[in-house]
Design a protein. Structure first.
Length: 247
């Protein structure tokens, strides 16, 4: 009986080890293939269909020792061979940017530069926007639509059921590259993920123009200026937006 049990356990362990070896090998090969396709797609548009096909494959979901958010974040950086990882069709990022915004519902907000008040709104939204180097028309449209129709204003029953468009709210939109501050290592934030000024400013102006084209009253900060942004958060209500849907 003991011998039979021992043989059974050895056989089970051997099959399990073989399975793990196959999974590990498959994971590394898949990671290498995805990296090659990402590099290839930067130079040849023909790689687009290949990447789209790979990103929509339904793959294996492995046990996690970290949050799904961290795994999504690693996938965004392309490091899909991390020790504990999560691969899913939704996590593969399409080519494009990653615009971020901090949205605060306010009873009033203003911008002051060198003692002079340059912008002011009453009831509405104060929006701090971070621009990614690859942000384009798709991210601008997504962010503008989300800002206009995000239902964070209260209706007659006190529920968040109305959007900025519904209540004719104004917006104070301020560019803020520090939303891309990386504080994971060391004590000094890194801002390498933020778009440089020559790229960020046109995208920022296009976002403002997109909001104004839909009749939204928009006030703005001054790009690259040292600003004092004052606001009274109503609620408080603060939302985080990301065009890549990381949060």
């Amino acid at each position: 009986m003991w011998c039979d049990g021992k043989v059974y356990l050895i056989g089970w362990a051997r099959r399990w080890c073989c399975t793990l070896f196959f999974v590990q090998s498959f994971r590394l090969k898949l990671g290498y293939l995805m990296r090659c396709c990402n590099v290839f797609s930067r130079y040849f548009d023909a790689a687009g269909p290949v990447m789209k096909c790979l990103r929509h494959m339904v793959l294996i979901v492995f046990p996690l020792n970290m949050s799904e958010f961290r795994c999504r974040e690693r996938l965004q950086r392309g490091s899909i061979y991390s020790k504990h990882f999560f691969i899913h069709a939704k996590c593969f990022r399409e080519r494009g940017g990653n615009m971020r915004a901090v949205v605060q519902r306010v009873s009033r907000g203003s911008v002051t530069i060198e003692g002079e008040r340059t912008a002011e709104i009453g009831k509405g939204l104060v929006v701090l926007v971070g621009i990614h180097p690859e942000d384009g028309a798709a991210e601008i449209r997504w962010m503008a639509d989300k800002l206009m129709h995000l239902r964070i204003f209260e209706d007659d029953q006190g529920r968040m059921n109305l959007s900025a468009v519904d209540v004719a709210a104004a917006m104070l939109v301020v560019s803020q590259f520090t939303l891309y501050g990386d504080c994971r290592k060391g004590r000094r934030p890194g801002f390498s993920a933020a778009a440089p000024p020559e790229i960020a400013e046109p995208v920022y102006q296009q976002l403002v123009a997109e909001l104004q084209s839909h009749g939204v009253p928009v006030q703005t900060g001054t790009f690259q200026a040292m600003m004092d942004v004052e606001l009274v958060n109503d609620g408080p209500v603060t939302m985080l937006l990301d065009s890549a849907k990381l949060f």
